[in-house]
Design a protein around this ligand. Structure first.
Ligand code: ZZB
Length: 258
């Protein structure tokens, strides 16, 4: 699987993360790095998810730059010239998803210029991507269902309601599902929660409909097809240093370590 890895810098740490972060050099710039297959949707980011029970590492990449990602993805990156030394991915700290909830981050291209929050998503898979999932509720049914759960039960999830309530702005139009495909599908199929098994199929529908029939409503490629815009937006992000390509080995991989 070929992902675009989006570098999402921290603006302000959650209190729970401060003890860990204070141990880093004062000049350290830490990025949450989210793996996405939909770079053209980055305009619509409203929050960024971590698995609350996943343990993440903070890895020193170069100079002042550090990545907060799963250690599995750090190891993969070390063999893709993302770290300066082949095969080496220096871990400087460990932090749980729970500890970073509420952190304010600056998501590249997002409409929400004053920042978005790190929020919990219980269905994040530790073994996929970087374990960090940027949330686009307008176009991802999983994200819309999760944000709905978070808004309905903020106390249960240990968040402030307003963190999950950022406006969901239309970014892509499709003939079959209008300009908010994810909310439309979630409502039409009466999805009950972010754990509803129907979401797998809705994700598939949303991917296909967006890719083959979607038109951009916003951004520098407004009016272009999603198929065209996907590559163009990805290139903008990569050329500005806000993203890089990250490949994940497919199929059965037998780890030789441990
Ligand atoms: C932003 C985005 C916007 C995404 C969208 C999807 C959609 P796949 O096909 O299974 O590889 N994702 C990435 N990593 C994880 C993880 N560890 N656990 C759970 N979800 C993860 O799916 C890749 C997509 O799943 C990624 O692309 C990411 O969400 C999420 F409008 O990034 B995406 C219809 C989907 N739309």
């Amino acid at each position: 699987q070929q992902y675009t890895a989006i570098k999402i810098p921290v603006l302000e740490w959650a209190d729970g993360a401060k003890s860990v972060i204070n141990a880093l050099p004062a000049t350290a710039k830490v990025y949450f790095v989210a793996a996405t297959l939909r770079p053209e949707t980055m305009y619509g980011q409203t929050c960024c998810f971590v698995g609350p029970n996943i343990t993440y590492g903070i890895f020193h990449v170069s100079d002042d730059d550090y990545f907060l990602i799963s250690s599995r993805s750090a190891r993969n990156m070390a063999f893709q010239n993302i770290f300066p030394e082949w095969g080496v991915f220096p871990q400087v700290a460990e932090v749980s998803g729970k500890q970073v909830i509420g952190t304010l981050v600056e998501a590249p291209l997002s409409f929400h210029k004053t920042g978005i929050r790190i929020l919990p998503m219980e269905t994040v898979t530790e073994t996929k991507g970087t374990g960090i999932v940027t949330s686009v509720p307008s176009d991802s049914p999983d994200d819309y269902a999760t944000v709905t759960d978070l808004t309905n039960k903020p106390d249960y999830y240990g968040i402030r309601k307003e963190w999950a309530e950022l406006e969901v702005v239309p970014i892509i139009e499709t003939p079959a599902y209008g300009n908010l495909i994810a909310p439309t599908l979630v409502q039409k199929h009466k999805v009950r929660s972010a754990k509803d098994p129907k979401l797998a199929e809705l994700k598939d529908i949303a991917y296909k409909e967006g890719f083959y029939n979607g038109t951009m409503l916003v951004g520098e490629f407004k009016g272009k097809s999603v198929q065209e815009a996907k590559i163009l937006v990805k290139n903008i992000l990569i050329n500005s240093g806000q993203a890089f390509e990250y490949a994940e080995p497919d199929g059965l991989v037998i780890s030789r370590s441990r």
